[in-house]
Design a protein around this ligand. Structure first.
Ligand SMILES: Cc1ncc(COP(=O)(O)O)c(C=O)c1O
Length: 422
C-alpha cells in the first residue's frame, strides 16, 4: 500500500538524508541566503574539474545566461545549439539579444558535428554542446571546429556530472561548462546551477578565458538572492515528497501534490513566459545557502548515483537487446544515462499503458523544443529544419535510472515493453 511509485519525475533523487537536510534548513531561515555552503559547493566543482573557479547560480539557465553575457554575446550574434532540447537552453541565448541557431542531431542524440560548418557564418559567436541524457556528444570533433573558427565552446552538462569522454571529464573540453541541480537532474537541490571556465581549451583564447573567470565572479556578485518565499518553496519540495511518494499509489499523494501546487507552496520547473522566450525575474539570481546545503548532501552520493545509473543502463541493455522494435541508446563507456531513452514506434501508447499500470515513464523531449506549448516562432525554430530531431522526439520514451529503483521495479518496467517482434 505504501510502496513508492515508479515515477521518473517525482523528486527522483530524494532520499532520507536529503529530507533531513531540508527539514534542518527549514528551521534556520537566518542561514537561507548567505553561508559557507555555497563556497563549499563551488570548491567541490573547482576541485573536481580542476579549474580555477566555479561560480554558482540559482539555476542552470542562470549559469548559461551569465556565461553568454561575460563572453559578450548579444544583439546581432548567433549561437549554435541542438534541436531536441528544453526551451531552457535557447531562452538564455534569446535573453542576451542573440539568435539561437538550431542544428540537427546524430545517433547519440547530440549535435551533429558534420552539420556544424554549414551553420557557421560571420555572426556565429558560440556553440553550446548538450550531452543529452548523460551520453557524451562527439565533443573532440566539435571542439576542433570551434577552434578552427575561433568560436566559444560551452558544454551543457545539465544531464551529466561525472560523465567522461575518452577518460576525460565532460565539462572540460570547451571554454566553459554549466551544470544544473534541477529536481530531476543528476543531483538535485530542486533549483540551482554552476558555471566553470576552462582556461586551457584554446591557446589563442586561453588568456581571454582566464580573464573571463574574474568577470563571471563579478557578474554573480552583482546579483541578488532569491526571496525567502522562493527558498521556502524549494525546501518544502523534498519534505513534501516524503509524504507524497508513499501515498501516491493510493491517490492521496496525488491530491496532496495538487493542493500544494495550487497553494503555490511548491515551485514549477518552468515559467509560462519562458515558452515565449521571455525572461522571468527569478533568473539570474545567486544560489542561496540553504539549497547549497542540499546539494552538498547530494554531491557526496554522486559516484554512487552514477554507478547505479550505469548498472541500470547495463541491465536495460541486456534485457532489451532481443527487442527488434526498439532502438536502444548509444553505448558509451563514460556515459552516465540520466535517463535510458529508447526509440519505439508507438511511444505515446507505451507511455499511456505504463501510466495505466501506475508507472510514469519520461517523455523528454517529446517536443523538439520541450515542453508542450513552446512557440517555435518566438524561439527561432523552423519546423522541418531538423528532421532527425523531429523523428526522435516522436519516438522517445525515457526509462528511469534513478537511484531509488529496486530490482522489482526494473523488472516491471522491462515487462511493460510490449512487442518483441516488429
Ligand atoms: C539540456 C538542458 N540544459 C539546460 C537546462 C537548464 O537547467 P535548469 O533547469 O537548472 O535551468 C535543462 C533543464 O531544464 C536541460 O534539460
Amino acid at each position: 500500500m505504501f510502496e513508492f511509485p515508479i515515477a521518473i519525475g517525482l523528486s527522483p533523487n530524494t532520499q532520507t538524508d536529503d529530507i533531513w537536510q531540508a527539514l534542518n534548513a527549514l528551521f534556520m531561515p537566518w542561514s537561507w541566503k548567505e553561508g559557507s555552503s555555497v563556497e563549499k559547493a563551488e570548491k567541490w566543482f573547482k576541485d573536481y574539474f580542476g579549474v580555477s573557479d566555479a561560480v554558482s547560480f540559482n539555476s542552470g539557465r542562470s549559469a548559461l545566461y551569465a556565461l553568454l553575457k561575460i563572453f559578450n554575446i548579444g544583439r546581432g550574434d548567433e549561437v549554435i545549439l541542438q534541436a531536441f532540447t528544453c526551451v531552457a537552453v535557447p531562452d538564455p541565448v534569446i535573453w542576451t539579444g542573440a539568435k539561437p541557431i538550431f542544428v540537427d542531431i546524430e545517433e547519440t542524440l547530440n549535435i551533429d558535428p558534420g552539420l556544424l560548418e554549414k551553420h557557421i557564418n560571420k555572426k556565429t559567436k558560440a556553440i553550446i554542446v548538450q550531452h543529452t541524457f548523460g551520453i557524451p556528444a562527439k565533443i573532440e570533433m566539435i571542439a576542433k571546429i570551434a577552434q578552427k573558427y575561433n568560436l566559444i565552446l560551452i558544454e551543457d552538462c545539465a544531464h551529466c556530472i561525472g560523465a567522461t569522454y575518452k577518460d576525460k571529464k565532460i565539462g572540460t573540453f570547451g571554454d566553459a561548462a554549466f551544470f544544473s541541480f534541477g529536481r530531476d537532474k543528476v543531483i538535485s537541490s530542486v533549483f540551482g546551477g554552476m558555471a566553470i571556465i576552462n582556461g586551457k581549451f584554446n591557446p589563442s583564447t586561453s588568456l581571454r578565458t582566464r580573464m573571463e573567470n574574474g568577470k563571471l565572479r563579478e557578474f554573480q556578485q552583482k546579483l541578488n538572492y532569491p526571496s525567502y518565499f522562493w527558498i521556502l518553496q524549494q525546501l518544502l519540495h523534498p519534505i513534501a515528497f516524503a509524504i507524497i511518494l508513499p501515498l501516491y499509489n493510493i491517490y492521496l499523494g496525488k491530491l496532496i501534490l495538487f493542493l500544494l501546487q495550487k497553494l503555490n507552496l511548491l515551485s514549477f520547473p518552468l515559467f509560462p513566459e519562458e515558452k515565449l522566450g521571455n525572461k522571468p525575474d527569478i533568473f539570474p539570481l545567486k544560489y542561496p545557502n540553504a539549497l547549497a546545503q542540499l546539494v552538498l548532501v547530494q554531491l557526496e552520493k554522486l559516484d554512487k548515483y552514477n554507478l547505479f545509473r550505469r548498472e541500470t543502463a547495463a541491465y536495460y541493455f541486456r534485457q532489451l537487446k532481443e527487442f527488434p522494435n526498439i532502438q536502444l541508446p548509444a553505448r558509451g563507456k563514460g556515459a552516465i544515462y540520466l535517463r535510458f531513452n529508447i526509440l519505439i514506434k508507438n511511444a505515446e501508447e507505451l507511455l499511456k499503458i505504463a501510466r495505466k499500470k501506475g508507472l510514469v515513464l519520461g517523455n523528454w523531449y517529446k517536443n523538439i523544443i520541450d515542453p508542450r506549448g513552446v512557440l517555435y516562432g518566438k524561439i527561432g525554430y523552423k519546423k522541418g529544419s531538423c528532421p532527425s530531431a523531429e523523428k526522435t522526439a516522436g519516438l522517445s520514451v525515457n526509462l528511469p535510472t534513478y537511484p531509488r529503483l529496486t530490482m522489482i521495479d526494473l523488472k516491471r518496467i522491462v515487462d511493460l515493453i510490449p512487442v518483441r517482434h516488429s
